[in-house]
Design a protein around this ligand. Structure first.
Ligand SMILES: NC(=O)c1ccc[n+]([C@@H]2O[C@H](COP(=O)([O-])OP(=O)(O)OC[C@H]3O[C@@H](n4cnc5c(N)ncnc54)[C@H](OP(=O)(O)O)[C@@H]3O)[C@@H](O)[C@H]2O)c1
Length: 338
């Protein structure tokens, strides 16, 4: 199957980590839109020079586009497209991404390495678009923009409208995270089949810090506390979190529901609300390109709001988040020029 014909108006992008779970989802999502064109693909050095089809075991349901299958993988260090979508492990992103930014490239990263730097936006366009102004603090000719941890993004999207209802004092999070969140091959099947692993190394700290950065102002973290417990569950795709949000003052059920409905109307195709007692569910509600945050089991108890939040970790939790951030960056650069 051929990818769509090349349109010279499209913006050339490089994908780093192109053979991994997030890299494959980036290729999948780019195939269905017309703004971006994949100009370069890179993976680890051991695969440099191979064709994409030789180096990659394609795991998307969507057929691998033949023009992508034939592309030769280049070295991640040597990409030269103006915009780079990075999906490499954090240990590699640590030095690689600043080195690309110092060569004038704009790097939109899925990795955790630079998310907490005070000159780097940890961006969710619907939540903290003003954090893009942090790009002005970066001194390289290129820039780095990051998207959040794959569970955090959905919790932050859910918290944003709640933060407009009153002063949040504490957020308690319990996650149930899919195995594809660990990349491929990820968690050994002997560990996860018929089991729940009650911790994901490093994940709880990321959720606790990232939520406060995202929900804060561009210069100061939000003033609420966060406690997170993470669990790996035997689900293929989709991170679910149960959150309880503690407010300084009472919030009525009507205030909450009106605010969530208003938010759903402001961001069509982003917020999906459920009243049914057994929704949302990963298998029933998430397609392989699902970009929404699914919110159900909504409860109020005086100063506490509880809800269940679900989203596709590889789509809005990673590849789709990076593409939305790239669009936000391009829009802000266009506004600067005009
Ligand atoms: N999975 C998720 O749900 C998710 C969500 C949000 C963020 N993330 C983050 O996104 C990044 C990628 O995650 P993933 O799940 O896609 O991981 P993955 O499936 O393990 O893929 C890793 C990719 O990085 C490449 N790579 C490995 N070592 C490299 C090196 N030294 N230089 C250049 N490329 C190298 C691999 O290429 P080879 O095939 O050649 O080894 C592969 O393409 C990670 O930082 C992860 O934390 C993942």
């Amino acid at each position: 199957m051929e990818n769509r014909p090349m349109n010279l108006e499209t913006i050339p992008v490089a994908i780093l980590g192109a053979t991994g779970a997030v890299g494959q989802k980036l290729i999948r999502l780019i195939a269905e839109q017309e703004r971006f064109r994949i100009a370069e693909l890179a993976a680890s050095e051991r695969n440099t020079g191979k064709t994409y089809a030789e180096a990659c075991t394609w795991r998307e349901i969507y057929p691998l586009p033949q023009n992508i299958a034939r592309m030769k993988l280049c070295s991640a260090q040597k990409v030269c497209s103006p915009y780079v979508l990075s999906a490499v492990p954090a240990s590699i992103a640590q030095d690689l991404e600043p080195s690309l930014a110092s060569r004038g490239l704009w790097v939109v990263s899925n990795a955790s390495s630079h998310r907490m730097r005070d000159d780097i936006p940890l961006l969710i366009p619907e939540v903290n678009p003003e954090h893009l102004e942090l790009l002005d603090k970066q001194t390289t000719s290129g820039r780095i923009i990051t998207n959040p941890n794959c569970a955090t993004v959905f919790i932050a999207l859910a918290l944003k409208p709640l933060s407009q209802l009153g002063v949040i004092e504490h957020v308690s999070v319990v996650t149930m995270q899919a195995i594809s969140g660990a990349g491929y091959p990820g968690v050994p099947s002997c560990d996860i089949l018929g089991n729940i692993i009650p911790n994901i190394a490093g994940e709880e700290e990321k959720i606790e810090c990232e939520l406060k950065k995202i929900l804060g102002s561009k210069n100061e973290a939000a003033d609420f506390s966060v406690t997170a417990h993470t669990n790996r569950v035997p689900v293929q795709h989709g991170h679910m979190s149960v959150i309880h949000v503690h407010f300084a003052a009472e919030i009525s059920d009507k205030e909450l529901r009106d605010k969530l409905l208003e938010t759903q109307n402001i961001f069509p195709g982003v917020y999906q609300l459920y009243d049914e007692a057994f929704s949302p569910q990963a298998r029933q509600n998430l397609s392989d390109t699902d970009k929404r945050v699914h919110i159900g089991r909504i409860k109020t108890n005086r100063k506490i709001i509880g809800m269940t939040v679900l989203g596709h970790n590889l789509v809005r939790g990673a590849a789709g988040a990076a593409l939305l951030n790239l669009e936000a960056v391009l829009k802000s650069r266009e506004l600067c020029v005009s």
